[in-house]
Design a protein around this ligand. Structure first.
Ligand SMILES: *[C@@H]1O[C@H](CO)[C@@H](O)[C@H](O)[C@H]1NC(C)=O
Ligand SMILES: *[C@@H]1O[C@H](CO)[C@@H](O)[C@H](O)[C@H]1NC(C)=O
Ligand SMILES: *[C@@H]1O[C@H](CO)[C@@H](O)[C@H](O)[C@H]1NC(C)=O
Ligand SMILES: *[C@@H]1O[C@H](CO)[C@@H](O)[C@H](O)[C@H]1NC(C)=O
Ligand SMILES: *[C@@H]1O[C@H](CO)[C@@H](O)[C@H](O)[C@H]1NC(C)=O
Ligand SMILES: *[C@@H]1O[C@H](CO)[C@@H](O)[C@H](O)[C@H]1NC(C)=O
Ligand SMILES: *[C@@H]1O[C@H](CO)[C@@H](O)[C@H](O)[C@H]1NC(C)=O
Ligand SMILES: *[C@@H]1O[C@H](CO)[C@@H](O)[C@H](O)[C@H]1NC(C)=O
Length: 532
C-alpha cells in the first residue's frame, strides 16, 4: 500500500511506537520499574529511555531540536501565514481565516512555539478560546483533528468539515506546548520546561504577542480550555493572565473564565479516587478493591512529602501513586483506560496514526510553514519526562482566588474515563475551599439536556460549574461532539447552570448549517492518493 508517507517509510512507525510507550507508560515502563527494582523515578526514566534507544525507535533528537537555527530568531516575534487545507473547490483561502504560525519565545534561547488559529465560522465577535492538550507533551493537533477542530481526517488523509468544531462558536487557537511538543522546537535543550511557571510564562508571552498581531480580537471575551494534563496548565495560565492584568504593564487580556475537561488538577484527591471509581463501575471486585486500596497510604504520604519538600520527592510521589492506577489495570482485562466501555485496541488504545501521517507530509508542512527537518510525533516522551516533578503538584490551590474575583470555572468530565475520572474531579471540586463552597455542595443536581435528551448532569453555584457528560470517555468532544459544542457555547454565554436548565434545550440557536457533509480532498495530496 503506497501511502503518501513513502519518502519516509519508517516515520509513522516511529511515531506510533513513541506514542505507544508514551501513553502506555503505565503498562510498560512503570511495570518494568516495579519488576526489576523497587526503584525510583530516575530508574524508571532511564529504563524507558534505554528501552526506546535499544529498539532504535527514536529519531536523533526526540525533543524537536534543530541545530544551528539561531539565525533568524527574533525573540517575541510571531511569523504567521494563512493556509488552506482545502482543495480548489473550497472557499477562497482568504475567507477562511485559518492561520498557522510560529512564535519565538522571548524567555528562551531559541524556542519557537507552533500554533493554529481558526477564526470563527460564524462571527469574529465570538469569544477567543485557547485550547491546551495534555500529555504532558502531546500536540494540540490531537484535539484539532479528533475532537473540536474545524476538520476531521479521513483514512485517505483528506479532510472533512467537523460540524461540531468549536470554531462554530469561537475564534480558536491550538498551540503545541510545552517546547518540544508537536511542531514546536528549539535549538537549545535548556529551553525545555519543567514546571507550570515555565509553561504559563511562555503561554502568557505568546498571548500578548498574539493579541498584538490580531488587535481586532483584543476586545473579545477570552477563555482558556484544556484537557487531561491541561488540568495543570489551565489554572496555571489563568492565574498568570490574571496576575499580568493586575500589573497593568502589559496588554490587558479579557479573560472571563477557564474550563478543564477530564483533567489532572489535584492529584492527592484524584489518585485516591481510582479504587472507588473502578469498584463503582465494576471493573474490579471487592477483593481487588481491598487489595488496591492498601496502596493509598503510601501514595498519600508521598504526596505530602512532595508538597512540603518538592524536587525529587515529587517524582517519588508519582511513582508511588501511579501504582494504584497500574494495579487496577492489572486487575482488568485490557481495558481502555480512557474509556472503560472499550478494550484497549492497538498500541495506544486508540488509533491516531492518521494525524501523524498527514502532518509528516512535506506538502502539508510547507503549507503550514514548518521546516522539512521537523518530524511530527503526536506526543513527545521527553517533554513528558521533563515535567515529571510537576505531575503531582496540586493546581487547585490557585483557583479559589480566581473564583472570588468572579472568574467563571467549568470542570467537566466524560463519565466513562478512568484515567482522569469524573469522581476524582468531582471530589476536588467539592473539597475546594472558597466562599461558595457550601452553597455549591448543596446545589441541586440538574440535567444537561441536548436535543431533548439528558446528556449529562451538573452542579453549579455562582461562577463554578461541574458537569458530568454521559456516554463520553477522556476526550469528550470526540465522543459527544454535539454535547461538547453545546456545553462550551452555553457555558461561555453564562447559561450552563442548574437554575437555567428548564429552558436549556430551547435556548440554543441552531448552528449555522453546513448543509452538506462536504468532503474536500486535499489538493496537496491529490496526486499521491490517485497514484496509490
Ligand atoms: C534511583 O535509582 C538509581 C538506579 O537504581 C540510583 O542510581 C539512584 O541513586 C536512585 N536515586 C534515588 C534518589 O534514590
Ligand atoms: C477518501 O475517502 C472518502 C471517504 O472517507 C471518500 O469519499 C473519497 O472518495 C476518498 N478519496 C479518494 C481520492 O480516494
Ligand atoms: C492597575 O490599575 C488599576 C485600575 O486602574 C489600579 O487599581 C491598580 O492599583 C493598578 N495596579 C498596579 C499594580 O499598578
Ligand atoms: C494484591 O494483589 C497483588 C497482585 O495480584 C498481589 O501480588 C498481592 O500479594 C496482593 N496483596 C495482598 C495483600 O493480598
Ligand atoms: C526530598 O527531597 C530532598 C531534596 O531533593 C531530599 O534531600 C530528600 O531526601 C527527599 N526526601 C525524600 C523522603 O525522598
Ligand atoms: C502489574 O502486573 C505486572 C505483571 O504481572 C507486575 O509485575 C506488577 O508488579 C503489577 N503492578 C502492580 C502495581 O501491581
Ligand atoms: C490505524 O489506522 C490506519 C488508517 O486507517 C491503518 O492503516 C492502521 O493499520 C491502523 N493501525 C492499527 C494498529 O490498527
Ligand atoms: C444561572 O445563569 C443565569 C443566566 O446567566 C443567571 O442569571 C443565574 O444567576 C445563574 N444561576 C446560578 C444559580 O448561578
Amino acid at each position: 500500500m503506497a501511502l503518501p508517507m513513502a519518502s519516509t517509510p519508517t516515520l509513522s512507525k516511529v511515531c506510533l511506537t513513541v506514542l505507544f510507550l508514551f501513553l502506555s507508560i503505565s503498562s510498560s515502563a512503570i511495570s518494568h520499574g516495579l519488576n526489576h527494582n523497587p526503584a525510583n523515578a530516575s530508574y524508571l526514566h532511564s529504563n524507558a529511555q534505554k528501552l526506546i534507544r535499544s529498539l532504535n525507535l527514536f529519531p536523533e533528537e526526540s525533543i524537536n531540536i534543530i541545530e544551528d537555527d539561531h539565525a533568524g530568531f527574533v525573540p517575541g516575534q510571531i511569523v504567521e501565514k494563512k493556509f488552506s487545507f482545502l482543495g480548489r473547490s473550497g472557499p477562497p483561502v482568504e475567507n477562511l481565516g485559518h492561520h498557522a504560525g510560529y512564535y519565538s519565545l522571548p524567555h528562551s534561547k531559541a524556542a519557537r512555539m507552533f500554533f493554529f488559529f481558526f477564526e470563527s465560522r460564524k462571527s469574529t465577535d465570538d469569544p477567543v478560546v485557547i485550547w491546551l492538550t495534555g500529555g504532558p507533551g502531546c500536540g494540540s493537533e490531537l484535539a484539532l483533528f479528533y475532537e473540536n477542530g474545524p476538520f476531521h481526517i479521513t483514512n485517505n488523509l483528506s479532510l472533512t468539515w467537523n460540524d461540531y468544531g468549536w470554531d462554530q462558536a469561537s475564534n480558536i487557537i491550538f498551540v503545541d506546548q510545552p517546547t518540544g511538543t508537536g511542531f514546536s522546537y528549539s535549538s537549545d535543550d535548556s529551553d525545555i520546561r519543567h514546571d507550570e511557571a515555565g509553561v504559563s510564562n511562555d503561554l502568557y508571552d505568546f498571548l500578548q504577542e498574539f493579541f498584538k498581531t490580531h488587535p481586532d480580537f483584543v476586545k473579545n471575551d477570552f477563555y482558556i480550555f484544556g484537557e487531561s494534563y491541561g488540568g495543570h496548565y489551565v489554572p496555571a495560565l489563568a492565574s498568570r493572565v490574571n496576575q499580568g492584568n493586575k500589573q497593568n504593564q502589559t496588554l490587558h487580556i479579557n479573560l472571563k473564565g477557564f474550563a478543564i475537561g477530564n483533567g489532572l488538577t489535584d492529584p492527592a484527591i484524584q489518585y485516591q479516587a481510582y479504587p472507588d471509581f473502578a469498584f463503582d463501575n465494576r471493573i474490579i471486585t471487592q477483593a481487588e478493591y481491598d487489595n488496591v486500596s492498601m496502596l493509598i497510604p503510601d501514595c498519600e504520604q508521598a504526596t505530602k512529602t512532595c508538597e512540603t519538600q518538592g524536587g525529587n520527592n515529587c517524582t517519588d510521589a508519582l511513582y508511588s501513586c501511579y501504582k494504584i492506577f497500574q494495579r487496577i489495570l492489572n486487575f482488568t482485562d485490557n481495558i481502555n483506560y480512557y474509556d472503560i466501555r472499550k478494550k484497549c485496541e492497538g498500541p495506544m488504545c486508540y488509533n491516531f496514526t492518521n494525524v501523524e501521517r498527514l502532518l509528516n507530509m512535506q506538502k502539508v508542512k510547507s503549507a503550514l510553514g514548518v521546516s522539512d527537518d521537523l518530524g511530527y510525533a503526536l506526543c513527545s516522551l521527553d517533554v513528558r519526562f521533563a515535567m515529571m516533578e510537576d505531575w503531582m503538584k496540586n493546581l487547585e490551590v490557585g483557583i479559589p482566588d480566581l473564583l472570588e474575583e468572579g472568574m467563571k470555572v467549568l470542570v467537566y468530565a466524560g463519565e466513562e474515563d478512568l484515567i482522569c475520572n469524573w469522581l476524582g474531579n468531582s471530589r476536588w471540586v467539592e473539597a475546594m475551599q472558597w466562599s461558595g463552597q457550601k452553597a455549591f455542595q448543596i446545589s441541586p443536581t440538574g440535567k444537561f439536556v441536548v436535543d431533548g435528551a439528558e446528556a449529562g448532569s451538573l452542579n453549579s453555584y455562582g461562577p463554578l460549574t461541574f458537569l458530568k457528560v454521559h456516554g463520553a470517555g477522556h476526550m469528550v468532544p470526540m465522543d459527544q461532539p454535539k454535547a461538547a459544542l453545546q456545553m462550551m457555547t452555553s457555558w461561555m454565554g453564562g447559561k450552563l447552570n442548574a437554575s437555567s436548565l428548564q429552558s436549556f434545550s430551547h435556548r440554543l440557536k441552531p448552528r449555522p448549517l453546513i448543509v452538506f457533509f462536504i468532503l474536500f480532498l486535499y489538493h496537496i495530496i491529490t496526486d499521491q492518493s490517485l497514484r496509490s
